[in-house]
Write a new protein. Structure first.
Length: 304
């Protein structure tokens, strides 16, 4: 798994491993923050399309209609709802994710193949999800509040944070954590396995050395985009449930609201299609973010 994990000196391996994890924390934070600037608008469209099914009225006919309405009614700022909290959460979230990714690679035996990649992806998500979940709750609520005026209306990030901390229990900071993992552990498992396989295949075809370290930038980005697209589409239903659970908790608090109840309401009112609300902007935002983040991650990691 780790091209630099073999060697005869175990002490040197440990030092190299510790440095790799530390470097990954820094590079992961930087790459994640840069990518978010470009993909946040699509993420906002995704959130509003996912939530509108539980709003008092359906506002958008489709993805393009949502983009046009947001642009005409709010301008560019409408696409960056919740961006401040994302800036606060992206650095620690990506540090946790890439730290978990590299640490998992150190623990999983070299040559474990597909199932080793699955384990590494799951480990990365479990660590990152615990760190990022409180930020994600606030982000989703700020992005969707234009559709939820009858439930809540925050003046900004600070008020949304205060509301969550004041009205919720400490456990509410992790509301949706497990359903988030239901979406993102499979996503990470599929993505990591697909990304690693795509890189190996691309290196065998494009590089004389056969090493993934010699892949051109466009190939790295293409591998990430392709792997992320398929993984994002497959995991869309769980993400819809997660988003609604986090947003609706602002009104329901802790009064019996859970993922099963949310999923049943979606099925009863919207049918199968409801679980794929916002899937197009979700695929585009996640695939684009993955391409940018992993391109920057691989390049920055090799240069530091």
């Amino acid at each position: 798994m780790d091209d630099n994990s073999t060697g005869s000196n175990s002490g040197a391996e440990t030092s190299a491993g510790e440095f790799t994890v530390f470097r990954s924390l820094t590079v992961g934070a930087l790459s994640g923050m840069l990518a978010r600037i470009f993909i946040h608008p699509a993420d906002t469209v995704k959130a509003q399309l996912q939530v509108q099914g539980c709003a008092t009225s359906k506002r958008y006919a489709n993805t393009l209609n949502a983009v046009l309405q947001i642009a005409s009614s709010e301008g560019i700022s409408g696409f960056y709802r919740g961006f401040n909290i994302v800036l606060l959460g992206t650095a620690p979230g990506n540090m946790a994710y890439f730290g978990g990714y590299e640490f998992g690679k150190l623990l999983v035996p070299t040559g474990s193949g597909f199932f080793g990649d699955l384990a590494v992806g799951a480990a990365a998500q479990l660590v990152a999800g615990a760190v990022y979940n409180p930020f994600d709750i606030i982000k989703e609520r700020l992005q969707a509040q234009v559709l939820m005026r009858d439930v809540y209306s925050y003046k900004g990030t600070r008020e949304a944070m205060a509301h969550l901390l004041r009205r919720g229990r400490p456990a509410d900071l992790l509301r949706g954590y497990w359903v988030t993992n239901l979406a993102w552990i499979p996503w990470n498992a599929i993505y990591i396995a697909g990304y690693e396989a795509a890189r190996q295949g691309a290196a065998a075809r494009l590089c004389r050395s056969g090493s993934v370290e010699d892949l051109p930038s466009w190939a790295v980005a293409s591998c990430a985009f392709t792997a992320a697209s398929g993984a994002a589409l497959v995991t869309s239903p769980a993400d819809v449930v997660k988003t609604r659970l986090q947003v609706l908790a602002a009104a329901h608090g802790s009064s019996g609201l859970n993922a099963r109840r949310v999923a049943w309401d979606i099925w009863r009112k919207e049918g199968f299609r409801g679980f794929f609300a916002g899937s197009l902007p979700r695929v585009l935002s996640i695939a684009s973010e993955s391409a940018i983040v992993w391109l920057l991650y691989e390049k920055l990691k090799s240069s530091l």
